[in-house]
Design a protein around this ligand. Structure first.
Ligand code: 3PG
Ligand code: CO
Length: 553
C-alpha cells in the first residue's frame, strides 16, 4: 500500500494558492520571422523571462527526458503532461512497443493470441495513423507487425490508414502509402492476401479526442466497418493523390478501396480481428469504445460486427479499454496530483475540450476522473467543433483564463491548473499568421491568471508541454529554412525538439526561492517536485529532483 503522506518542506509554507499554467506547444527558439511566439505581442511571457536565471529557465521536453525512444523524438502532449504530473520519467508507449516487437514478446502475449484465433477464418484489420511521426504510431512498427502477423498465420490482412500531415510534413502521406503498398505486395508474394482497405485524414476521419465530435469517428466507422465512403478508388496511392487536390493530409475525406466490381475490399465482418495500431491513447479511445461497447449510442453503427479486438496498448486503465491489447501501457502510478489531494491540496483543473484530457487524464497518469471528488473540480470548456483552429485562433483562451481567475479568486482551491491550447492547436494548422494571433491570445490568458494570483498573494508556475509555435518551418542542420522543389517554404505543422520555459513567481513566493543551477539538464519531470515544494511539501524520494532551492534563512 502506498503511503500518501508527504513530508513537510523544511522552509516553505503551506496554504498558498498556486496557479500551474501549461502553455501547449510553446517552446524556446531563436527569434526570427517563423517564430510566432517572437513575432506575437506576448508581454506577460516576456516579463516572466526577465526573471532569468533565478525565476525563469528552460527544461527539456523531448526525447529521453520524457521517456521517448531517442533524442530525435519531438515532445508531445501525452508524454509531456505525463512527465509534468508524474514527476518521474516512464518509458512511453512508443518505446514499449519497440521493445515488445524487437524481443518478439508482443507475439507471446494474451492480446496477440486472442486476435490470432481469427486468423484461420477471418481477416485481420489494422487501423491507425500512417506516418513516422512517433507521436501516436510509427510506420516501422506497423511494418513489423504486418510481417509478424503474416508469419504467424494471418491469411488475409486489411489496413485502414489515417493520413497524418500533423506530426510530419503535409504531403508526406503519399510516400507513406507507397511504402506500405510495397510491404503489402511483399506479403502477397508470400501468400498473404494483404491490402489497404480504406483511408482518410486523421483530423476528419477517426482520430477525434475527448468526445469533441463523434462525426469524425462515424466517418471512419462507415469506411472501415461498413465499407462505405463518398470516395471510391482501386488504389490507395491514387486516392491520396487525388483527394489531396482539395484537402491536406490531416483532412482528407474518407475513402474506401474497391475491387473491379466496385465492391469494398475490406469491410470489418463477423469473425474478423481488429487491431488499432496507435500506441497513444487520446485519439483512439473513441474508436475503441465504438468497436468494443455493446451498449453504445454516440452514433448509429448500423452493424456491430462480432470481432476480436485488441489495441496496440490499453488506452484507458480505469475503463480497461480496450479489454485486450498487444503491449502493456506504462504504469504511471503515484502522480503528484494524487499525492497532493491526499495531503489536503484542493485542486481545480481546466481547459477546453481539445486539451481537457491533457491536464486531467494525461496529468494524472492516463487516468480518467478525479481522485477525491470533494477535493477536486475539473472544468471542461466546449471547444469549437467542425473548424480548423486557424479560423478562430483565439480559441477559448479567454474563457480558460476567466475560469482560472474565478477559481483563484474564490479561494476554494490550492492548485489551479490549466492548459492553454492555442500555440499548439493553431501551430498544427501551419498557418503562420493565425499562429501569431494564437500566441497573443495565450499570453492574454496568462496575464489574467497572473493578475489573479497577484490579488490573492499566490504563486505561479508557468511552463509548457513541448514546442510547436516557436518554429513553423522545416530547417536544415544549420537552422536555415528549407524549401521544396517548387521553391515553397516547407511549413512545419508538427511539434519540435526545443526546450520549454519554466517560470516561477508571485507575491506568495517565499523570499530566497530561486532555481538551482545544479540541474542543468532538468526536464518536464522535474516540475512536479518543484510544485510540491511550493505547496509546502517534500516530493517522494524517487521523483526527479526539484528545480528550486531556498537561499538564506
Ligand atoms: C495531435 O494529436 O493533435 C498531435 O499529434 C499531437 O499534439 P499534442 O501532443 O499537442 O496533443
Ligand atoms: Co500538438
Amino acid at each position: 500500500p502506498v503511503s500518501w503522506k508527504l513530508d513537510d518542506h523544511p522552509k516553505l509554507p503551506k496554504g498558498k494558492t498556486i496557479a500551474v499554467v501549461v502553455l501547449d506547444g510553446w517552446g524556446e527558439y531563436k527569434p526570427d520571422q517563423y517564430n510566432c511566439i517572437h513575432v506575437a505581442q506576448t508581454p506577460a511571457m516576456d516579463s516572466l523571462k526577465q526573471g532569468a536565471p533565478e525565476k525563469w529557465r528552460l527544461v527539456r521536453a523531448h526525447g529521453t527526458a520524457v521517456g521517448l525512444p531517442t533524442e530525435d523524438d519531438m515532445g508531445n502532449s501525452e508524454v509531456g503532461h505525463n512527465a509534468l504530473g508524474a514527476g518521474r520519467i516512464f518509458a512511453q508507449g512508443a518505446k514499449l512497443v519497440d521493445l515488445a516487437l524487437a524481443s518478439g514478446k508482443i507475439y507471446d502475449g494474451e492480446g496477440f493470441k486472442y486476435i490470432s484465433e481469427s486468423f484461420e477464418k477471418g481477416t485481420l484489420h489494422l487501423i491507425g495513423l500512417l506516418s513516422d511521426g512517433g507521436v501516436h504510431s510509427r510506420l516501422d512498427q506497423l511494418q513489423l507487425l504486418l510481417k509478424g502477423a503474416g508469419e504467424r498465420g494471418a491469411k488475409r490482412i486489411r489496413v485502414h490508414i489515417l493520413t497524418d500531415g500533423r506530426d510530419v510534413l503535409d504531403g508526406s502521406s503519399v510516400g507513406f502509402v507507397e511504402t506500405l503498398e510495397n510491404d503489402l505486395a511483399n506479403l502477397r508474394q508470400k501468400g498473404v492476401d494483404a491490402r489497404i482497405a480504406s483511408g482518410g485524414g486523421r483530423m476528419y476521419v477517426t482520430m477525434d479526442r475527448y468526445e469533441n465530435d463523434w462525426n469524425v469517428v462515424k466517418r471512419g466507422w462507415d469506411a472501415q466497418v461498413l465499407g462505405e465512403a463518398p470516395h471510391k478508388f482501386t488504389s490507395a496511392v491514387e486516392a491520396v493523390k487525388k483527394l489531396r487536390e482539395n484537402a491536406n493530409d490531416q483532412y482528407l475525406p474518407p475513402f474506401v478501396i474497391v475491387d473491379e466490381n466496385n465492391k469494398a475490399v475490406g469491410p470489418i465482418l463477423d469473425g474478423d480481428a481488429v487491431v488499432t495500431i496507435n500506441f497513444r491513447a487520446d485519439r483512439m479511445v473513441m474508436l475503441a469504445k465504438a468497436l468494443e461497447y455493446q451498449d453504445f449510442n454516440k452514433f448509429d453503427r448500423v452493424r456491430f460486427p462480432k470481432i476480436r479486438y485488441a489495441g496496440m496498448l490499453q488506452y484507458d486503465g480505469e475503463l480497461m479499454l480496450p479489454n485486450r491489447y498487444l503491449v502493456s501501457p506504462p504504469e504511471i502510478d503515484r502522480t503528484s496530483g494524487e499525492y497532493l489531494v491526499h495531503n489536503g491540496v484542493r485542486t481545480f483543473a481546466c481547459s477546453e475540450t481539445v486539451k481537457f484530457g491533457h491536464v486531467t487524464f494525461f496529468w494524472n497518469g492516463n487516468r480518467s476522473g478525479c481522485f477525491k471528488p470533494d477535493m477536486e473540480e475539473y472544468v471542461e470548456i466546449p471547444s469549437d467543433v467542425g473548424i480548423t483552429f486557424n479560423v478562430k485562433p483565439k480559441m477559448k483562451a479567454l474563457e480558460i483564463g476567466e475560469k482560472a481567475r474565478d477559481a483563484i479568486l474564490s479561494r476554494k482551491f490550492d492548485q489551479i491548473r490549466v492548459n492553454i491550447p492555442n500555440g499548439d492547436m493553431v501551430g498544427h494548422t501551419g498557418d503562420i499568421e493565425a499562429t501569431v494571433v494564437a500566441c497573443k491570445a495565450a499570453d492574454d490568458a496568462v496575464k489574467m491568471i497572473l493578475d489573479a494570483i497577484e490579488q490573492v498573494g499566490g504563486i505561479y508556475v508557468v511552463t509548457a508541454d513541448h514546442g510547436n509555435a516557436e518554429d513553423m518551418v522545416k530547417r536544415n542542420k544549420s537552422g536555415e529554412p528549407l524549401k521544396d522543389k517548387d521553391g515553397n517554404l516547407q511549413i512545419l505543422t508538427s511539434h519540435t525538439c526545443q526546450p520549454v520555459p519554466v517560470a516561477i513567481g508571485g507575491p506568495g513566493l517565499a523570499p530566497g526561492v530561486r532555481f538551482r543551477n545544479d540541474v542543468p539538464n532538468g526536464g518536464l519531470a522535474n516540475v512536479a517536485a518543484t510544485v510540491m515544494n511550493l505547496h509546502g511539501f517534500v516530493a517522494p524520494g524517487d521523483y526527479e529532483p526539484t528545480l528550486i532551492e531556498v537561499v538564506g534563512n
